[in-house]
Ligand binder design. Sequence first.
Ligand SMILES: NC(=O)c1ccc[n+]([C@@H]2O[C@H](COP(=O)([O-])OP(=O)(O)OC[C@H]3O[C@@H](n4cnc5c(N)ncnc54)[C@H](OP(=O)(O)O)[C@@H]3O)[C@@H](O)[C@H]2O)c1
Length: 249
Amino acid sequence: MGRKVLITGASSGIGAELSRLFVEWGDTVIACARSFDKLDATAERLDSERFVPFSLDVTDITAVEKTVAEIEDLHGPIDLALLNAGTYSPTPAESFGASAVHTMMDVNVVGISNMLSVLMPEMMERGRGQLALMSSVAAYRGLPMAAGYSASKAAVIAMGESLKAELDGHGVKLQVICPGFVKTPLTEQNTFPMPYLMDVDDAARRIMKGLESSRFQIAFPRRFVFQLKLLQMMPDALYFPLIKKAIGL
Ligand SMILES: NC(=O)c1ccc[n+]([C@@H]2O[C@H](COP(=O)([O-])OP(=O)(O)OC[C@H]3O[C@@H](n4cnc5c(N)ncnc54)[C@H](OP(=O)(O)O)[C@@H]3O)[C@@H](O)[C@H]2O)c1
Protein backbone atom coordinates (compact mmCIF):
# COMPACT_ATOMS: atom_id res chain seq x y z
CA MET A 1 0.00 0.00 0.00
CA GLY A 2 1.27 3.44 -0.91
CA ARG A 3 4.11 2.10 -3.04
CA LYS A 4 5.13 3.22 -6.51
CA VAL A 5 4.80 0.20 -8.77
CA LEU A 6 6.10 0.33 -12.34
CA ILE A 7 4.56 -2.26 -14.66
CA THR A 8 5.68 -2.80 -18.26
CA GLY A 9 3.23 -4.41 -20.67
CA ALA A 10 0.37 -2.87 -18.69
CA SER A 11 -1.92 -2.33 -21.68
CA SER A 12 -3.19 -5.90 -21.89
CA GLY A 13 -3.47 -9.35 -20.26
CA ILE A 14 -1.52 -10.03 -17.07
CA GLY A 15 0.02 -6.54 -16.87
CA ALA A 16 -3.38 -4.82 -17.18
CA GLU A 17 -4.89 -7.08 -14.52
CA LEU A 18 -1.94 -6.56 -12.15
CA SER A 19 -2.29 -2.79 -12.64
CA ARG A 20 -5.93 -2.95 -11.63
CA LEU A 21 -5.14 -5.04 -8.52
CA PHE A 22 -2.30 -2.79 -7.36
CA VAL A 23 -4.46 0.34 -7.77
CA GLU A 24 -7.24 -1.42 -5.83
CA TRP A 25 -4.69 -2.31 -3.12
CA GLY A 26 -3.75 1.36 -2.69
CA ASP A 27 -0.48 1.55 -4.64
CA THR A 28 0.32 4.00 -7.43
CA VAL A 29 0.84 2.21 -10.73
CA ILE A 30 3.13 3.63 -13.38
CA ALA A 31 1.67 1.74 -16.32
CA CYS A 32 3.93 1.42 -19.37
CA ALA A 33 3.28 0.02 -22.85
CA ARG A 34 3.41 1.16 -26.47
CA SER A 35 -0.39 1.42 -26.92
CA PHE A 36 -1.18 4.63 -25.08
CA ASP A 37 -4.82 4.46 -26.23
CA LYS A 38 -5.31 1.18 -24.33
CA LEU A 39 -3.62 2.57 -21.21
CA ASP A 40 -5.79 5.66 -21.49
CA ALA A 41 -8.93 3.51 -21.71
CA THR A 42 -7.85 1.66 -18.53
CA ALA A 43 -7.18 5.01 -16.82
CA GLU A 44 -10.70 6.12 -17.68
CA ARG A 45 -12.19 2.85 -16.47
CA LEU A 46 -10.28 2.84 -13.19
CA ASP A 47 -10.91 6.56 -12.69
CA SER A 48 -8.04 6.81 -10.21
CA GLU A 49 -5.15 9.23 -9.99
CA ARG A 50 -3.12 6.25 -8.79
CA PHE A 51 -3.01 4.84 -12.35
CA VAL A 52 -0.44 6.81 -14.35
CA PRO A 53 0.01 5.80 -18.00
CA PHE A 54 3.31 6.19 -19.86
CA SER A 55 3.96 5.34 -23.47
CA LEU A 56 7.13 3.22 -23.66
CA ASP A 57 8.75 0.74 -26.02
CA VAL A 58 11.05 -1.35 -23.78
CA THR A 59 13.30 -2.30 -26.71
CA ASP A 60 14.34 1.34 -27.18
CA ILE A 61 17.08 2.05 -24.61
CA THR A 62 17.05 5.82 -25.25
CA ALA A 63 13.30 5.92 -24.64
CA VAL A 64 13.69 3.75 -21.52
CA GLU A 65 16.34 6.09 -20.04
CA LYS A 66 14.32 9.20 -20.85
CA THR A 67 10.97 7.82 -19.63
CA VAL A 68 12.27 6.38 -16.35
CA ALA A 69 14.04 9.69 -15.60
CA GLU A 70 10.78 11.54 -16.31
CA ILE A 71 8.80 9.12 -14.12
CA GLU A 72 11.23 9.50 -11.21
CA ASP A 73 11.26 13.30 -11.58
CA LEU A 74 7.48 13.42 -11.41
CA HIS A 75 6.74 10.61 -8.96
CA GLY A 76 9.94 9.86 -7.05
CA PRO A 77 11.78 6.50 -6.87
CA ILE A 78 10.13 3.24 -7.94
CA ASP A 79 9.56 0.74 -5.09
CA LEU A 80 8.60 -2.25 -7.22
CA ALA A 81 9.14 -2.86 -10.94
CA LEU A 82 7.30 -5.66 -12.72
CA LEU A 83 9.12 -6.20 -15.99
CA ASN A 84 6.27 -8.02 -17.65
CA ALA A 85 6.23 -6.79 -21.29
CA GLY A 86 6.57 -9.75 -23.59
CA THR A 87 5.62 -11.30 -26.87
CA TYR A 88 5.16 -14.78 -28.28
CA SER A 89 4.88 -16.36 -31.69
CA PRO A 90 5.32 -20.03 -32.55
CA THR A 91 8.60 -21.00 -34.25
CA PRO A 92 8.15 -24.54 -35.57
CA ALA A 93 11.16 -26.05 -37.34
CA GLU A 94 9.23 -26.31 -40.61
CA SER A 95 8.69 -22.55 -40.92
CA PHE A 96 11.49 -21.34 -38.64
CA GLY A 97 12.07 -17.62 -39.08
CA ALA A 98 14.96 -15.73 -37.51
CA SER A 99 12.98 -12.49 -37.41
CA ALA A 100 10.38 -13.99 -35.04
CA VAL A 101 13.18 -15.15 -32.72
CA HIS A 102 14.81 -11.74 -33.00
CA THR A 103 11.59 -10.00 -31.94
CA MET A 104 11.06 -12.31 -28.95
CA MET A 105 14.65 -11.87 -27.80
CA ASP A 106 14.36 -8.12 -28.26
CA VAL A 107 11.17 -7.66 -26.22
CA ASN A 108 11.45 -10.53 -23.73
CA VAL A 109 15.16 -10.34 -22.93
CA VAL A 110 16.69 -7.07 -24.18
CA GLY A 111 13.56 -5.19 -23.02
CA ILE A 112 14.09 -6.47 -19.47
CA SER A 113 17.81 -5.71 -19.52
CA ASN A 114 17.11 -2.16 -20.78
CA MET A 115 14.78 -1.59 -17.83
CA LEU A 116 17.21 -3.19 -15.36
CA SER A 117 20.11 -1.07 -16.58
CA VAL A 118 18.18 2.04 -15.58
CA LEU A 119 16.27 0.87 -12.48
CA MET A 120 18.89 -1.28 -10.77
CA PRO A 121 21.64 1.30 -10.07
CA GLU A 122 19.17 3.64 -8.42
CA MET A 123 17.70 0.86 -6.24
CA MET A 124 21.18 -0.39 -5.28
CA GLU A 125 22.21 3.10 -4.28
CA ARG A 126 19.08 3.53 -2.14
CA GLY A 127 19.63 0.06 -0.65
CA ARG A 128 16.05 -1.01 -1.31
CA GLY A 129 13.62 -1.90 -4.05
CA GLN A 130 11.99 -4.91 -5.64
CA LEU A 131 12.30 -6.26 -9.18
CA ALA A 132 10.23 -9.02 -10.78
CA LEU A 133 11.15 -10.41 -14.20
CA MET A 134 8.51 -12.16 -16.31
CA SER A 135 9.61 -15.59 -17.49
CA SER A 136 7.41 -18.65 -18.07
CA VAL A 137 7.24 -22.36 -17.34
CA ALA A 138 8.15 -22.65 -21.05
CA ALA A 139 11.69 -21.87 -19.87
CA TYR A 140 12.09 -25.17 -18.01
CA ARG A 141 12.81 -27.18 -21.19
CA GLY A 142 12.99 -26.28 -24.85
CA LEU A 143 9.38 -26.92 -25.84
CA PRO A 144 8.47 -28.03 -29.38
CA MET A 145 7.24 -25.25 -31.75
CA ALA A 146 8.49 -22.67 -29.25
CA ALA A 147 12.26 -22.53 -29.83
CA GLY A 148 12.33 -18.72 -29.78
CA TYR A 149 9.96 -18.28 -26.84
CA SER A 150 11.49 -21.02 -24.65
CA ALA A 151 14.98 -19.66 -25.35
CA SER A 152 13.97 -16.09 -24.48
CA LYS A 153 12.26 -17.10 -21.23
CA ALA A 154 15.16 -19.38 -20.19
CA ALA A 155 17.44 -16.37 -20.71
CA VAL A 156 15.26 -14.37 -18.30
CA ILE A 157 15.63 -17.00 -15.54
CA ALA A 158 19.40 -17.14 -16.09
CA MET A 159 19.63 -13.34 -15.99
CA GLY A 160 17.61 -13.23 -12.77
CA GLU A 161 19.70 -15.97 -11.14
CA SER A 162 22.92 -14.17 -12.03
CA LEU A 163 21.75 -10.88 -10.59
CA LYS A 164 19.92 -12.13 -7.49
CA ALA A 165 22.96 -13.11 -5.46
CA GLU A 166 24.57 -9.73 -6.08
CA LEU A 167 21.41 -7.71 -5.43
CA ASP A 168 20.67 -9.46 -2.12
CA GLY A 169 23.75 -7.78 -0.69
CA HIS A 170 22.40 -4.38 -1.75
CA GLY A 171 18.98 -4.79 -0.15
CA VAL A 172 17.22 -5.20 -3.49
CA LYS A 173 14.82 -8.14 -3.86
CA LEU A 174 14.73 -9.86 -7.25
CA GLN A 175 12.28 -12.56 -8.31
CA VAL A 176 11.31 -14.27 -11.55
CA ILE A 177 7.71 -15.11 -12.44
CA CYS A 178 6.95 -18.38 -14.24
CA PRO A 179 3.25 -18.74 -15.01
CA GLY A 180 1.68 -21.66 -16.86
CA PHE A 181 -0.96 -20.95 -19.53
CA VAL A 182 -3.04 -17.83 -18.83
CA LYS A 183 -6.06 -16.72 -20.88
CA THR A 184 -4.84 -13.48 -22.51
CA PRO A 185 -4.48 -12.10 -26.08
CA LEU A 186 -1.02 -13.74 -26.13
CA THR A 187 -2.42 -17.28 -25.83
CA GLU A 188 -5.50 -16.63 -28.01
CA GLN A 189 -3.47 -17.66 -31.07
CA ASN A 190 -2.77 -21.16 -29.68
CA THR A 191 -4.75 -23.84 -31.47
CA PHE A 192 -3.61 -26.73 -29.23
CA PRO A 193 -5.31 -27.61 -25.92
CA MET A 194 -3.55 -25.67 -23.15
CA PRO A 195 -3.27 -27.74 -19.95
CA TYR A 196 -4.28 -26.03 -16.71
CA LEU A 197 -5.26 -22.84 -18.60
CA MET A 198 -6.15 -20.23 -15.99
CA ASP A 199 -8.02 -16.93 -15.93
CA VAL A 200 -6.00 -13.75 -15.87
CA ASP A 201 -7.39 -12.54 -12.53
CA ASP A 202 -6.39 -15.84 -10.90
CA ALA A 203 -2.86 -15.53 -12.36
CA ALA A 204 -2.52 -11.90 -11.27
CA ARG A 205 -3.59 -12.73 -7.70
CA ARG A 206 -1.05 -15.56 -7.50
CA ILE A 207 1.65 -13.14 -8.70
CA MET A 208 0.63 -10.54 -6.08
CA LYS A 209 0.88 -13.21 -3.37
CA GLY A 210 4.22 -14.49 -4.69
CA LEU A 211 5.68 -11.00 -4.65
CA GLU A 212 5.10 -10.86 -0.88
CA SER A 213 6.96 -14.15 -0.39
CA SER A 214 10.68 -14.79 -0.15
CA ARG A 215 10.59 -17.26 -3.05
CA PHE A 216 12.95 -16.55 -5.98
CA GLN A 217 10.63 -18.19 -8.50
CA ILE A 218 6.93 -17.39 -8.46
CA ALA A 219 5.75 -20.43 -10.44
CA PHE A 220 2.18 -21.68 -10.85
CA PRO A 221 -0.11 -23.62 -11.15
CA ARG A 222 1.61 -26.05 -8.84
CA ARG A 223 0.63 -29.30 -10.60
CA PHE A 224 1.77 -28.08 -14.03
CA VAL A 225 5.01 -26.70 -12.57
CA PHE A 226 5.66 -30.05 -10.88
CA GLN A 227 5.18 -31.93 -14.18
CA LEU A 228 7.44 -29.55 -16.10
CA LYS A 229 10.10 -29.65 -13.38
CA LEU A 230 10.05 -33.45 -13.68
CA LEU A 231 10.64 -33.07 -17.43
CA GLN A 232 13.47 -30.67 -16.63
CA MET A 233 15.21 -33.26 -14.43
CA MET A 234 14.57 -36.10 -16.88
CA PRO A 235 17.55 -37.44 -18.86
CA ASP A 236 17.45 -36.49 -22.57
CA ALA A 237 17.12 -40.16 -23.51
CA LEU A 238 13.73 -40.22 -21.77
CA TYR A 239 12.62 -36.64 -22.47
CA PHE A 240 12.83 -36.66 -26.28
CA PRO A 241 10.82 -39.87 -26.91
CA LEU A 242 8.20 -38.62 -24.45
CA ILE A 243 7.86 -35.15 -25.97
CA LYS A 244 7.81 -36.58 -29.51
CA LYS A 245 4.95 -38.86 -28.52
CA ALA A 246 3.14 -35.93 -26.89
CA ILE A 247 3.22 -33.94 -30.15
CA GLY A 248 2.45 -36.95 -32.33
CA LEU A 249 5.84 -37.45 -34.04
N1 LIG B 1 -0.41 -15.68 -21.17
C1 LIG B 1 0.36 -16.69 -20.79
O1 LIG B 1 -0.04 -17.89 -20.84
C2 LIG B 1 1.74 -16.43 -20.27
C3 LIG B 1 2.41 -17.48 -19.60
C4 LIG B 1 3.69 -17.27 -19.12
C5 LIG B 1 4.28 -16.04 -19.26
N2 LIG B 1 3.63 -15.04 -19.91
C6 LIG B 1 4.31 -13.76 -20.05
O2 LIG B 1 3.56 -12.76 -19.39
C7 LIG B 1 3.80 -11.49 -20.00
C8 LIG B 1 2.48 -10.84 -20.33
O3 LIG B 1 1.82 -11.65 -21.28
P1 LIG B 1 0.25 -11.61 -21.54
O4 LIG B 1 -0.17 -13.01 -21.65
O5 LIG B 1 -0.41 -10.70 -20.59
O6 LIG B 1 0.26 -11.02 -23.04
P2 LIG B 1 -0.46 -9.79 -23.72
O7 LIG B 1 -1.85 -9.67 -23.28
O8 LIG B 1 -0.17 -9.95 -25.18
O9 LIG B 1 0.36 -8.53 -23.15
C9 LIG B 1 1.67 -8.26 -23.55
C10 LIG B 1 2.00 -6.86 -23.08
O10 LIG B 1 3.36 -6.57 -23.44
C11 LIG B 1 3.39 -5.29 -24.05
N3 LIG B 1 4.51 -5.17 -24.99
C12 LIG B 1 4.80 -5.95 -26.05
N4 LIG B 1 5.88 -5.48 -26.68
C13 LIG B 1 6.28 -4.36 -26.00
C14 LIG B 1 7.32 -3.42 -26.16
N5 LIG B 1 8.21 -3.52 -27.17
N6 LIG B 1 7.43 -2.40 -25.27
C15 LIG B 1 6.55 -2.28 -24.25
N7 LIG B 1 5.54 -3.14 -24.05
C16 LIG B 1 5.40 -4.16 -24.92
C17 LIG B 1 2.03 -5.16 -24.76
O11 LIG B 1 1.68 -3.80 -24.91
P3 LIG B 1 1.81 -2.93 -26.24
O12 LIG B 1 1.58 -3.85 -27.40
O13 LIG B 1 0.78 -1.89 -26.05
O14 LIG B 1 3.20 -2.37 -26.18
C18 LIG B 1 1.12 -5.79 -23.72
O15 LIG B 1 0.76 -4.85 -22.76
C19 LIG B 1 4.68 -11.78 -21.22
O16 LIG B 1 6.03 -11.56 -20.88
C20 LIG B 1 4.45 -13.26 -21.47
O17 LIG B 1 5.53 -13.87 -22.15
C21 LIG B 1 2.36 -15.20 -20.40
